[in-house]
Design a protein around this ligand. Sequence first.
Ligand code: NAP
Length: 267
Amino acid sequence: MTNHVLFVGAGNMGSAIIKSYLKISGTSDVIHVIDPFVSDNTKDLLSECKFYESFTDLQDSIEFDTVVLAIKPQSFDEISRDLSNFITEKSLVISIMAGVETKRISNSLNKNAAVIRCMPNIAALVNRSVNVAYIAKDSNQSHKKRFENIFLSSGPIKWVNNEDLIHKTTALSGSGPAYFFLFIEALAKAGQNAGLSEEQAMDLSIDTLIGAAALIEQNRSPEKLRESVTSKGGTTAAALSVFMSNNNLDDLVSEALIAAEKRSREL
Ligand SMILES: NC(=O)c1ccc[n+]([C@@H]2O[C@H](COP(=O)([O-])OP(=O)(O)OC[C@H]3O[C@@H](n4cnc5c(N)ncnc54)[C@H](OP(=O)(O)O)[C@@H]3O)[C@@H](O)[C@H]2O)c1
């Protein structure tokens, strides 16, 4: 039996997830994509998919086994009535939208379909997302399998059993890549202020983060790694004492996560 999977939205995240799904699973599913403005480049990369500009272009007779909502949270109300015509109580709806709770999705679609909420991150572009996912306890195991079939290729799946945690993981791992990008920018700027060329400072900052990430992948204890490279009275200790004085960095990071979680609850 052929499964029909519909992606609503093929922007940054939607297209990254489809790409890894197609590349790794070699799926026999038929993948349909609705997005009003998909670039030609994305269409070329996802040439196996069927593209539509809006729900009105879809055949009325298709009922989707799985739907992935990869639109901005602000677009959900606009699409929910149209989408509800193409799903049944057997469908699985997967949402990666920040902030939108499963209850709101179920109520708007009004079809009793199973809903999984997932918070990936942009590293899905290189199959290194962290996909935090929530499904209601009474859900069918086959829904979990269907979800894993689509998402596992973009990165590991971490199930949580309390939906509220998704707001917190959105703040940590969903938005997290941008925090490291910002840190690289700051490091490079500081290097430039110290007299390095713009290119040197950026190159060194990026390669240092890549090296540190590789080390942390092998030895998952950042504290031990930090201690092992910090000699008493040395240069690293001098810099870390600035980051760590009065809990500066801890407090700042905590404040940032609280702001992101608050925003997730508002969406
Ligand atoms: N980016 C991240 O790092 C990240 C991480 C985790 C979760 N998320 C979540 O993933 C979702 C998508 O984010 P994104 O970064 O991929 O956003 P995006 O690049 O803006 O992608 C959203 C896509 O949906 C399209 N769209 C808008 N209205 C539509 C409609 N009515 N029907 C079909 N498609 C429509 C948009 O087209 P237009 O551009 O023409 O509007 C766009 O191509 C968001 O809910 C976000 O919270 C994002």
